[in-house]
Design a protein around this ligand. Structure first.
Ligand SMILES: Cc1cc2nc3c(=O)[nH]c(=O)nc-3n(C[C@H](O)[C@H](O)[C@H](O)COP(=O)(O)OP(=O)(O)OC[C@H]3O[C@@H](n4cnc5c(N)ncnc54)[C@H](O)[C@@H]3O)c2cc1C
Length: 387
């Protein structure tokens, strides 16, 4: 595909492409069939240093900005692989980096950079709260030099494949806090000690292979020194990390869209029906071209949001908009690609149906489209709030 927008970080992209070539469709098909974790792929990315690009050099990472992280994840997805297995290793540490104490940074970041510690579980969502995070009820009660955590979380991905988890819980009940977003705190939970000692993990099987889980906390004791930042201010720490997450996931969607466009245009050139390539019919060409236009617009929005993030400027709206347009572009491209392939779009060995299922997630997680539209309507367009 000729790129309408010059690609950033060509050397990094080439290195990621070479790595991904070692993990072809058959590898992902087998993992998908068994709902197994792609441990070998994650290990290869870790060894290649691709998951520590955002960690500053003083802590053992490569100290690159968010645009480099976006290039890595986009290439993974364009290659037909799935960064969802480990993308959080790249950005969850941002909460510790931005709000942790010097001791916490010293203790954790170098080991996260080397891959010795996996910090890729991010525990926010609860069954009873949904998108209204201020309604979470998982509670951390202070007891001497520990917090005692009770409650439940849902959709916590990679919890079984993480040594640490960034956990958001209430330390003041909602009705006693000065405002609903106050009174929540962030704890770093050591999963190796917690499982079986107050934390139970139950896998949730979903339509895609995402290693997501339900968590049950019953008087889990977490050392008070694992509190990140100040007690009660956790919600704003989590929000600041969400911009990075949205931009990086948007870059995965751009990669997915490119994967579908690559596959569809190649198939449309080759597949002969009625004595000519199907791609000679404008009814087949135009959806592929439309997908390309939408993907290119999304890529520009992702780059704009990442550039603002790197400059330390406010980028909440741009991160949201990038995630929305990119997830819609990848979904349109996925649907187009299935249609272009006719019956073969449904065949497991073509990888298209798998990628179709995988990319659908991103209109719901990490934030659903309606909530982004609500943000734009009320924060940008100054319309009245609906909730
Ligand atoms: C596979 C998977 C992995 C995930 N991984 C993680 C993870 O690692 N960590 C984590 O914390 N969470 C995770 N999530 C949770 C994810 O972030 C949420 O599912 C998502 O934010 C939507 O929240 P909800 O499912 O509670 O939907 P709800 O909040 O119940 O909303 C349901 C629907 O109603 C719409 N809606 C709700 N309120 C309004 C409103 N006021 N106006 C208009 N529309 C509205 C929403 O847009 C949505 O479409 C994951 C989810 C999935 C499916």
């Amino acid at each position: 595909m000729t790129e309408a927008v010059a690609e950033t970080f060509p050397e990094i992209r080439e290195a990621v492409r070479r790595l991904c070539a070692r993990f072809p469709g058959a590898y992902w098909q087998a993992k998908d069939r068994d709902r197994a974790y792609p441990a070998e792929f994650v290990q290869a990315l870790t060894e290649g240093g691709f998951l520590s690009v955002l960690i500053p050099e003083e802590f053992g990472g490569s100290g690159l900005g968010l645009r480099a992280g976006a290039a890595v994840l986009e290439e993974i997805h364009r290659s037909g692989c799935n960064g969802g297995a480990c993308h959080a290793q790249m950005y969850t540490m941002g909460t510790v980096l931005a709000h942790g104490s010097p001791e916490q940074k010293e203790r954790y970041l170098p080991k996260i950079a080397s891959g010795e510690l996996r910090l890729q579980a991010f525990g926010v969502t609860e069954p009873g709260a949904g998108t209204d995070t201020t309604r979470i009820t998982t509670f951390a009660r202070r007891d001497g030099d520990h917090y005692v955590v009770s409650g439940q979380k849902l959709w916590i991905s990679r919890a079984e494949h993480s040594d640490l988890m960034v956990l958001l819980c209430r330390t003041t009940p909602r009705d006693q806090a000065t405002k609903p977003s106050d009174g929540m705190s962030v704890l770093l939970v050591d999963m190796r000690e917690a499982v079986g000692n107050g934390l139970t993990i139950r896998p949730v099987r979903t339509m895609l292979n995402h290693a997501t889980t339900e968590l049950f906390f019953e008087d889990l004791r977490v050392p008070a020194e694992n509190l990140v930042g100040e007690e009660g201010k956790g919600f704003r720490y989590i929000l600041s990390g969400m911009n990075a997450e949205r931009i990086l996931i948007a870059s995965e969607c751009v990669g997915d869209a490119k994967f579908f466009i690559d596959r569809a245009s190649a198939y449309a050139r080759d597949r002969q029906v009625f004595g000519r390539p199907i791609g000679q019919n404008q009814g087949v060409q135009f959806p592929i071209a439309r997908a390309y236009v939408q993907m290119t617009a999304a890529a520009l929005m992702v780059d704009q949001a990442a550039t603002l993030f790197e400059a330390g400027r406010p980028c909440g709206t741009e991160a949201n908009m990038a995630k929305m347009v990119a997830s819609e572009a990848s979904w349109f491209a996925a649907d187009m690609c299935v249609q272009t392939h006719g019956g073969f779009g449904f065949a497991e060995e073509y990888d298209i149906e798998r990628k179709f299922r995988e990319t659908r997630l991103y209109q719901v997680a990490p934030i659903s489209t309606n909530l982004i539209l609500s943000h734009v309507a009320t924060h940008v367009l100054d319309m009245p709030k609906s909730f």
